[in-house]
Design a protein around this ligand. Structure first.
Ligand code: SAH
Length: 354
């Protein structure tokens, strides 16, 4: 067990600039950084040994300092619609979920940023059991690599990334930022900023910080309610970061980046899915450059929420449209597998307590 804990840092945690710096410290030429990134991210090497254009001494130094194999696949489920869901085991025995979604516009990977979550949303499976630890940037990158290796078999690439797996990305800000820089790097996986979406439950100071990063990355806000009272019931974080302040932060983000923001709105039967809620929501966001994603609730056994009927979902959508709001109903992926965030992990939780 001790051995297991004393793992080397993952090579995937290094931004290009970090790798260059490390090479310089080793007395190596900095052009090696490009070669190593090429092996890691373009050729998807599975060991340092494969990096045949590097001198033997450098390959040994890399192997001595860094780990290249961090994720072990424990469960892989494939849905009829092509969605694949993975349960990966980390070096310390914790497990995380990653999802691949096949769209007509490309392949999108949904990544996890934390083992568990401490935000405590009342409808979410990820928060059951609280937060165990943050993931390193490398552990987040490795999820994309693992999925890319599967797509390599059919000659396709990961074109989109959504940070909508387990965890609150803004609660693990630094590692999340490194992750974004690594996958966005043109010498790496080269996933375009406009093809990346970060979703937050609304940690306001981090929304300002993220706006000031001057990136073209999409931001989604898990809103789920049109007023303070209801949002606090669904999401206790609303006590610390209040709805009116959240809306100010959102406005700042839009003004600063020029980007359209997405609001995620889960429809929970009899809770927030009435026409009056749609009207109130429209009023709240009508002056913002935004888009609403309606998410039919994913049933979580440990949670008491029920699905909104199809008719009611369409009525909600129509009401928003009539008020001039951009809205779509999220297409459901992998409905026949454990698609909701944290569901697979919750089911397989014996792994965590071993
Ligand atoms: N912590 C971040 C990232 C998670 S994204 C966030 O809160 O935004 C996953 C999205 O699915 C969030 O909008 C989350 O609120 C929503 N979600 C979680 N559990 C759900 C459920 N049972 N049904 C529908 N949506 C759910």
């Amino acid at each position: 067990m001790m051995d297991k804990m004393q793992v080397k840092p993952s090579i995937y945690s290094l931004k290009y600039s970090d790798l260059k710096e490390w090479l310089e410290q080793q007395g190596e030429k900095s052009f090696r950084a490009a070669q190593i990134f090429d092996w890691l991210y373009k050729k998807r090497a599975a060991s340092f040994d494969e990096m045949t254009n590097l001198p033997k001494s450098l390959k040994e130094a890399l192997a001595e300092h860094f780990d290249l194999t961090t994720l072990k696949t424990i469960v892989k489920q494939t849905s009829k619609d092509g969605t694949m869901k993975f349960l990966f085991e980390l070096h310390d025995g914790y497990s995380i979920e990653t999802v691949l979604m096949r769209h007509n516009y490309g392949n999108s990977v949904c990544v996890t940023t934390q083992v568990g979550c401490r935000i405590g949303c009342t409808f979410c499976a990820s928060t059951l059991g609280g937060l165990k630890r943050n993931l390193s940037a490398g552990e987040i990158v490795a999820q994309v690599i693992k999925v890319q290796q599967i797509l390599d078999e059919i000659g396709e690439r990961v074109s989109h990334v959504v940070i909508m797996g387990i965890g609150e990305p803004f609660d693990n800000y630094e590692e999340m930022m490194s992750f974004l820089k690594i996958i966005n790097d043109e010498k790496g996986l080269n996933i375009g900023a406009r093809h990346i979406t970060v979703s937050t439950s609304g940690i306001i100071p981090k929304i300002y910080q993220f706006a000031d990063e001057n990136l073209q990355i999409n931001l989604a806000i898990s809103l789920h309610a049109p007023n303070t009272e209801l949002r606090t019931k669904l999401m206790p974080i609303n006590k610390a970061f209040k709805l009116p302040d959240l809306m100010k932060a959102v406005k700042y983000y839009i003004d600063k980046t020029g980007r359209r923001i997405s609001f995620e709105y889960g429809l929970f039967g009899g809770v927030n899915d009435q026409v009056e809620h749609a009207l109130e929501l429209a009023e709240l966001i009508k002056d913002l450059k935004c888009h609403v994603n309606l998410i039919p609730v994913n049933y979580v056994p440990e949670r008491n929420y029920v699905r909104t009927s199809k008719n009611q979902i369409f009525r909600f959508e129509r009401t928003l449209k009539e008020q001039g709001i951009n809205v779509t109903i999220r297409r459901e992926h992998g409905h026949d597998i454990d698609a909701a965030c944290g569901q697979l992990r919750a089911k397989e939780r014996k792994i965590e307590t071993r």
